[in-house]
Write a protein that binds this ligand. Structure first.
Ligand code: ZN
Length: 404
């Protein structure tokens, strides 16, 4: 066995994913947060890429025992492109930096940054003979899991909030997987998924700290080393739940364990003003001077009006883990105006000849603000981890088209 899991709460070792699934994805202490550890810490050797599957390329440092179980559509080996239009903007403001964009819209599965997680989950579930799985999601994750689990021959049930867009429902049903649409919002959908999990003994995705999600997404740190040759000094992302920052930090710890001299970039995490519970909590903590226990002071937002279905985590349950990481990194949370996103879409179309989805645009707009506010400095290497393409967001394309 090349890996084991260790409980983040009590430190107990859980032998493997078979045990983890048998224990209903919990440690005996009741904690649902465990991390994968590898027995071999020899440095990962970056060979020339001859595959479009990251699970194939990074097989030695993933918790899969048999390559035959890899479920892939070609994801994860996507480009980090240098975007000179963003560098020019910064330069005009007196900041000389390099800017890379991680193109998750180029993932072949469903074109979002959930493909990477769903692909590994499908492989590991297949390896352990799991037949059924479920998840509550606002869109991207549902499509990605439905797609990959269908390929693995695993039945998947998506629990969706009432605001889910029809294109997403269609994409899930198209691969033959059922969608249960709640009468309520995301919170209600989550509860319905949890009830289904309990009543029918169906495994459920473990949320933002699920070791399968963390293990797959942590490879972003390795992709930085492979493609840029170093860790960026600034990392930007639109954040809903916040798995990716936790995963990046885990990847950096793994690289450090291999003897690499790498450090956590400054995390600049962006939310749109129509759903910004983490930004609000962070602003309150900053104003109060980060008093003892500050990371537990946050509130769910009510009456969310955002149109960006995939960024509607109104109750930021992961904030107590993500916010201390942001602080440790010397980063901050940024708020952008949702009403201005179509203008940035227009800018991206004219300068890059492409248009990403609205969640990606939250991150993109955040870059301009970060430059304006002096959060990016000369000499920085900035990485924008963009979430999705715009193919399932016709409403956003229409708004961009209306921009003059
Ligand atoms: Zn434990």
């Amino acid at each position: 066995m090349k890996y084991q899991l260790r409980c983040k709460k009590c430190g107990k070792v859980i032998a493997d994913f078979a045990t983890w699934f048998r224990q209903d994805q919990q440690c005996q202490c009741g904690s649902g947060y465990a991390e994968v550890e590898y027995t071999d810490h020899s440095p990962f050797v970056f060979k020339p890429v001859d595959t479009d599957s990251y699970q194939d390329y990074y097989f030695d440092i993933l918790p899969i025992e048999n390559r035959d179980n890899i479920v892939s559509y070609g994801e994860g080996m996507i480009a980090m492109e240098r975007w000179d239009n963003l560098e020019h903007y910064a330069h005009q403001k007196g900041v000389d930096c390099q800017v890379f964009v991680y193109r998750n819209d180029c993932n072949a599965g469903s074109g979002s940054f959930k493909d990477i997680s769903a692909a590994l989950a499908a492989s590991v579930l297949k390896e352990h003979g799991v037949k059924e799985y479920c998840l509550a999601s606002t869109g991207n994750a549902g499509v990605a899991f439905a797609t990959y689990l269908a390929k693995a021959g695993i039945r998947f049930t998506e629990f969706a909030p009432n605001c889910i867009d029809p294109a997403t429902v269609e994409a899930i049903r198209k691969v033959g997987q059922p969608v249960v649409i709640s009468k309520g919002g995301y919170g209600d959908a989550k509860k319905e998924a949890a009830d289904y999990h309990k009543e029918h003994h169906v495994l459920i995705s473990g949320g933002n700290t699920d070791p399968l999600r963390i293990e797959s997404k942590r490879l972003l740190a390795y992709e930085c080393m492979r493609q840029i040759g170093r860790m960026p000094s600034v990392y930007m992302q639109a954040v809903a739940g916040g798995t990716s920052p936790l995963a990046l930090e885990k990847g950096i710890r793994d690289l450090q364990a291999e003897g690499q001299q790498v450090a956590l970039p400054r995390l600049l995490l962006v939310q749109q003003d129509e759903c910004d519970p983490m930004v609000t909590a962070w602003e309150n903590a900053t104003a109060a001077g980060f008093p003892e226990g500050w990371e537990h002071q946050y509130e769910a937002k009510h009456d969310i009006k955002t149109q960006i279905g995939i960024l509607t985590a109104a109750n930021p349950g992961n904030y107590p883990l993500v916010a201390p990481l942001v602080r440790k990194s010397g980063g901050t949370f940024i708020r952008v105006k949702e009403a201005e996103l179509p203008r940035y879409g227009k800018e991206m179309q004219s300068s890059r000849n492409t248009l990403m989805g609205p969640a990606s645009m939250v991150c993109y707009a955040g870059f301009f603000q970060a430059v304006d506010r002096g959060l990016i400095k000369s000499g920085d290497t900035v990485l924008l981890n963009t979430g999705e393409g715009s193919n399932r967001a016709q409403w956003f394309r229409n708004l961009v088209d209306k921009e003059m």
